[in-house]
Design a protein around this ligand. Structure first.
Ligand code: NAD
Length: 310
């Protein structure tokens, strides 16, 4: 298939590109390189350096014959969305609509969108959280992802097959240590730099936040399956909760190093718990996570340690 991957030079998108290329698909990446890097792309994959908000994309790329659009490009920071909600909406809502309309105009058959399995649900009423849990978006970022799914439903009614993958906390090689999504990379950086990390916590939850950590290669596998299966939204996580303190211990074990840590108060809006129910993705996409946390962290540590030598 011929596939356009937006945000394909970024952390998760570049693993999706690798997975598609490994299965013989023809991939073109569209990325403005605001956080992505050309070096993240496999050799031979063309990069269109452009912004998803660019109004001329539909016309400029009309002759390419894309059959699938996979949309990973986004403004990904929750605090940045609070500081500048307008920019967040421009990239995450207007940019998405630009690509959805282009996909429809091009006659593409499928559109894969990336939502958020933590931010959109808010503090869960039940754990693990199923897809039909009430939505309580607590930030402009979460609102933009929820709004994106509403646009997907509209374009599905126009004949486009649409799938939304709601990722849990994704970790793995090529993650840049920034923002709250990157706690694994932040903790690994702390070890590499010899700077004790801060574990944020609520007084009644001394082990820190409960999160669902999913390996980026498992996310890439879900994107492969979504090329030919599924309709609607799917949680992509592990169904297993890990506290921040457990994660920090597991990272030290993976690294074969020990270091002290500090505690800090939970930041405004920090969810106490976020663990995803993944039964729907198992049943309808035939997807299940392959990486256990210890194995995934060992593989990520090996990458982080060698990348720090470069
Ligand atoms: N990392 C996580 O844990 C996580 C969790 C849930 C959802 N997501 C979603 O997964 C997707 C990928 O996130 P990531 O963690 O790989 O982040 P990332 O920053 O590494 O990737 C985003 C990519 O999009 C590109 N981009 C940003 N704005 C653009 C624009 N206006 N036009 C064109 N390209 C643009 C960036 O250069 C980058 O390559 C995002 O949609 C994000 O919201 C990530």
């Amino acid at each position: 298939m011929k596939i356009l991957v937006t945000g394909g030079a970024g952390f998760i998108g570049s693993h999706v590109v690798e997975a598609y290329v490994s299965q013989g698909h023809q991939v073109v990446v569209l990325d403005n390189l605001s956080s992505g890097r050309r070096e993240n792309l496999p050799a031979g994959v063309p990069l269109i350096k452009a912004d998803v908000r660019d109004k001329s994309l539909a016309k400029d790329l009309a002759g390419e014959g894309f059959q699938v659009v996979n949309h990973h490009a986004a403004q990904i920071s929750v605090p940045a969305s609070v500081a500048d909600p307008r920019h967040d909406a421009e990239v995450n809502v207007v940019g998405l609509v630009n690509l959805l309309q282009a996909a429809l105009d091009w006659g593409a058959s499928r559109f894969i969108f990336i939502a958020s399995g933590g931010a959109m649900y808010g503090e869960p009423l039940t754990v693990p959280v199923p897809e039909d849990h009430p939505m309580h978006p607590g930030s402009p970022y979460a609102v933009s992802k929820l709004c994106g799914e509403a646009y997907l439903a509209y374009y599905a009614s126009r004949g486009l097959n649409t799938v939304s993958l709601r990722y849990a906390n994704v970790y793995g090689p090529r993650q840049i240590p920034q923002g709250e999504a990157g706690v694994v990379s932040l903790f690994m950086l702390a070890l590499l730099e010899g700077q004790p990390p801060v574990i944020f916590r609520y007084p009644e939850q001394p082990q820190g936040m409960l999160r669902d950590y999913v390996h980026v290669k498992d996310c890439a596998a879900a994107n492969l399956l979504a090329l030919s299966a599924g309709q609607g939204a799917y949680n992509i996580g592990t169904g297993l909760g890990t506290t921040t303190l457990e994660l920090w211990r597991a990272i030290q074990e993976a690294a074969g190093q020990e270091m002290e840590h500090r505690f800090g108060p939970a930041r405004p809006g920090d969810l106490r718990q976020s663990v995803l129910d993944i039964k729907k993705a198992q049943a309808e996409l035939g997807w299940r996570p392959g990486y256990g946390l210890a194995q995934g962290l060992a593989q990520t540590w090996a990458w982080a340690a060698s990348a720090s030598q470069d």
